[in-house]
Design a binder for this molecule. Structure first.
Ligand code: NIG
Ligand code: FE
Length: 406
């Protein structure tokens, strides 16, 4: 059996302690930093990690490929667990409107927002949308992100949402093995004007389409925007129960603008993640802490919209499993640089260094149901991110500078 040895990394952050603690209540040692490190792996799994000088001799006696990684840093593969990157048009003028005093909700109520992107998306063909999505995924990957979750949700008709879920499926095939794509169905993103209620739209479009795509077995997750003027408790329950029939894992946009008790609802269904959580209060926080549901925080969105941020420190202290993602989309966060977003968020959230790295590796992978990656420990998948940097500290230090090696 042939295997590879990466030798002489300046530093490897294994996150072994974080993996052992399931990504909760982390302290500095859980980063598992090894200087002058080596990693040995085959195509399926990691076989050994440690100081280069301690490589077991039996490995060196076999057939292997050796690669010198001097001057490079390695972390578990960085994962962007929340993006909406299939869309047409742009909403640059909405950002300017917000600078000039309008709120996201006001812009949406006056015909902007998600429904504006629906028009831009409806105007493009399947091949145009695939081309744009491919370029956007590659741009995210360029910062060192190896797994990207992609949500549908700007088509908002049966036909266009069907097409978009298939575009994401095509994207998965086009980008494999360089990028691992997770296909999330989010037709329940906004209610198009021609429907009198979210219930009507769920009944006529979302649920029948979920049945069709569920039978085609191309979906990895479902998601829904649980928010006033978008989708209700009843809509969430209808979607989640239907998804469970198809054995599709659940995710939810929860408590983004108001404390709708969305985090609590997500945990009742054992959702993989509840995302946003800007307005979640104590009861939601405890529900998350006592569940397997990952709290996916999207600091770029709070910054982009000029909203108060999620109470990350309280979540971390309560033992919530916290991930950070970009939320890359045309309206509420048009930023595709996850490492920069996380670097800015950590001091804002008062996260320590291991909490930051765990949030974009292990916990982000777990937020997508990926349990066999996210740490550099024996037996897990050999999915890594490399940076050209003298130390891990340098990667988050230079905001916006791309250190990733592709
Ligand atoms: O995650 N909150 C709902 N969906 C997106 C925003 C989409 C948009 O404004 O286009 C989000 O922030
Ligand atoms: Fe989102």
């Amino acid at each position: 059996m042939s295997f590879k040895i990466f030798r002489n990394f300046s530093e490897v952050a294994t996150l072994a302690g974080a993996h052992h603690k399931d990504g909760r209540r982390l302290n500095h040692d859980d980063l598992g930093l090894i200087k002058n490190a080596a990693i040995i792996f085959d195509s399926e799994k990691i076989l050994w990690v440690g100081e280069d000088k301690n490589i077991p001799v039996d490995f060196l006696e076999k057939d292997f490929i050796e690669i010198d990684m001097s001057g490079k840093v390695c972390v578990p593969e960085v994962v962007d667990s929340h993006t909406h990157l299939v869309f047409g048009g742009d909403r640059a003028h909405e950002y300017a409107m917000r600078m000039n005093g309008a709120s996201y909700e006001e812009i949406a109520a006056s015909g902007g927002g998600i429904l504006n992107s629906m028009q831009g998306t409806q105007a493009l063909t399947r091949s145009d949308l695939l081309r744009l999505a491919t370029a956007r995924a590659k741009a995210i990957k360029a910062y060192g992100v190896g797994t990207i979750e992609v949500k549908s949700g700007y088509g908002l008709t049966f036909e266009k949402e069907y097409e978009i879920s298939h575009i994401i499926h095509d994207l998965k095939n086009v980008l494999r093995p360089d990028i691992q794509i997770i296909n999330t169905f989010m037709a329940a993103h906004a209610v198009p004007k021609k429907f009198s209620s979210s219930y009507e739209y769920m009944k006529d479009v979302v649920l029948p389409l979920l049945d069709k795509l569920g039978e085609e077995k191309i979906l990895d997750c479902v998601d829904i925007f649980h928010e006033q003027n978008y989708f209700s408790d009843e809509d969430v329950i209808a979607l989640f129960e239907r998804a469970q029939r198809h054995n599709i894992p659940l995710k939810m946009h929860a408590d983004e603008f108001n404390d709708n008790k969305g985090a609590i609802l997500a945990t009742k269904f054992d959702a993989l993640s509840a995302d946003h959580l800007l307005a979640t209060t104590q009861d939601g926080l405890w529900a998350l802490a006592n569940s397997k549901t990952v709290a996916t925080l999207l600091p770029g969105t709070g910054l982009f919209l000029g909203k108060p941020q999620a109470n990350a420190r309280a979540m971390l202290d309560a033992g919530v499993k916290v991930a950070i993602a970009s939320d890359f989309n045309p309206g509420s966060c048009h930023c595709d640089n996850l490492i920069m977003i996380a670097s800015i968020a950590a001091p804002l959230y008062k996260m320590n260094q291991v909490e930051l790295w765990c949030a974009i590796t292990l916990n982000a992978a777990n937020a997508l149901g990926l349990r066999s990656q996210g740490a550099i420990v024996e037996g897990l998948k050999p999915r890594f991110t490399f940076f050209q940097a003298p130390s891990l500290d340098h990667v988050t230090y230079s905001w916006g500078k791309n250190h990733a090696i592709n």
